[in-house]
Design a protein around this ligand. Sequence first.
Ligand SMILES: [Zn+2]
Length: 98
Amino acid sequence: MDNTNAEAPEVPVVPDVHLVATLTDGTKVRQRVPRMRACTEKDEKGKMCAGHLKRWYFFGDEVKAKYGANAEIYRCEHCKTLYIPNPTEKPRTGTLAW
Ligand SMILES: [Zn+2]
């Protein structure tokens, strides 16, 4: 239940509202928007990746430390960007479940 966003970005450069972390190896971690199935990461030319997001279980210790060993992680098949679920997608949040 740790959804606090402690790291407020201080440099206002091209805000990627879905980017939540960047790993030490440069891998981006983004948050999915609800019902998202395709990667929306853009390359340097602004072309959308549109790779398929697949559940991924082979993340390393850094991801485990951030999100837990049993974290629900998705990875883009194309650009390898990692995605974490949107909080509103969780089936039993207790707030909007009705
Ligand atoms: Zn992608």
